[in-house]
Write a protein that binds this ligand. Structure first.
Ligand SMILES: *Cc1c(COP(=O)(O)O)cnc(C)c1O
Length: 396
């Protein structure tokens, strides 16, 4: 039928459907299903296995009881926009206007989608690092833009600055970065951030910075690229409450941007979801107002978890990266004799009762070879679970 043909064509053109028109399950869905089927410990998908702060959970319950259950304002509830602005001032000295420079979204995912759709035209280029968070490639494809990547290579996953210089051109519309970085755990150096700002100026590009792991860094503090000289007036900064408050299912995200850029993004966002998560908005506001000790505490707690799982992986024989942030550690299975991480991950539930995902899930087809033996493990789980996983992995 013509009608079904046309909508299938758009998704297939963006390679979201297979050539047979079927939705191909992502590797994350496949691995999570494998975890359920085999009872293996799921270190594949990045979600915490404990609830976040009771202040945040209680605030959501109170909001429902108080009747905050209808459509909130399109740009987000004032209480949350003010809390986001105060948070940017408290941690980074940034002062977005809560009425015109802060937009609440349905997770960082919607902020990314609306930003990419609003700011790119057919044929524009979007530069990202590679590996990249999987929704980036999908949204760039749906927008009709071209995706160019700059490699992050083991062991430290820092970009080659000459490769970065060569990749940004006058065709570049957006430089889309993720810092701290999923899946590699890299935190970009100030030198790299400064070069990105310089290139954005030289080629008149907009910087989009996904900072959902801003509070989850280990031994280094987070520097938002918007805080560098010359960056603010051309940067969209994206974050979310999911990773900071262990509320990944609530999908309360936000962005801060100069007013005119924000208006363009809002124009798209209003027709994606319009709004979302009314009672969760004041709850995330309460979270953003927690004392500094909360934010220090979650980073220290997660650093310990990173150390526990990294030691387990090393003892099992993997070569292990040293993440400076995020939920994830990258382990090279080549040292154990496995050159194909995707095949290895399919066997891992049987071999050790653990689920992980291959880094190739975050890499374009033409570059999969370079990352073939690398595996991503999530350490945002209870220590007891990470210790059990480590013991099981020791049998490899
Ligand atoms: C989890 C994650 C997101 C999605 O955030 P939501 O708020 O759940 O939509 C975006 N970017 C990166 C890098 C992530 O890891």
């Amino acid at each position: 039928m013509r009608v079904s043909g046309s909508w299938q064509r758009a998704a297939r053109g963006a390679m979201l459907l297979g050539s047979d028109g079927a939705l191909s399950p992502t590797i994350f869905a496949e691995m999570s299903a494998l975890a359920v089927k085999t009872g293996a410990i799921n270190l594949g998908q990045g979600f915490p296995d404990e609830d976040g702060p009771v202040e945040v959970l209680d605030a959501a319950k109170r909001a429902i009881d108080a009747g905050l259950n209808q459509y909130p304002p399109g740009i987000g509830m004032p209480v949350l926009r003010e809390a986001i602005a105060s948070h940017q001032a408290r941690f980074y000295g940034l002062t977005p206007d809560p009425d015109t420079e802060v937009l609440v979204t349905v997770g960082a995912t919607e902020a990314l989608a609306a930003t990419i759709l609003a700011l790119t035209d057919q044929g524009d280029e979007v530069v990202t690092f590679e590996p990249f968070y999987d929704s980036y490639a999908a949204m760039i494809a749906l927008s009709g833009a071209e995706h160019r990547t700059v490699a992050l290579r083991a062991p430290d996953f820092q970009p080659d600055l000459d490769e970065l210089r060569r990749s940004v051109t006058d065709r570049t519309r957006l430089i889309l970065i993720n810092n701290p970085h999923n899946p590699t755990g890299t935190v970009l150096s100030r030198e790299t951030l400064a070069l990105i700002v310089e290139l954005a100026h030289r080629h008149d590009a907009i910087i989009v910075s996904d900072e959902v792991y801003e509070h989850l860094t280990f031994g280094v503090s987070h520097t938002p690229i918007a805080s560098l000289p010359g960056a603010l007036d051309r940067t969209v900064t994206i974050s979310s409450g999911g990773k900071t408050f262990n509320t990944t299912g609530w999908k309360i995200g936000w962005l801060t941007a100069p007013q005119q850029i924000l208006q363009a993004i809002l124009a798209v966002k209003q027709f994606l979801t319009f709004v979302g998560g009314a009672p969760f908005q004041p709850a995330i506001a309460a979270g953003l107002e927690l004392p500094d000790s909360y934010f220090r505490g979650i980073a220290l707690d997660l650093a310990h978890k990173r150390d526990v799982l990294s030691a387990g992986l090393r003892a099992a024989g993997f070569t292990v990266s040293e993440p400076r942030g995020s939920y994830f550690v990258v382990a090279d299975a080549a040292a154990l004799g496995f050159s194909d991480a995707a095949a290895f991950c399919r066997q891992l539930p049987d071999l050790a009762g653990v689920v992980a995902v291959p880094i190739s899930a975050f890499v374009s087809d033409e570059n999969k070879g370079e990352y073939a033996s690398l595996v991503r493990f999530a350490f945002c789980k209870r220590v007891e679970v990470l210790e059990r996983a480590s013991a099981q992995l020791a049998s490899l």
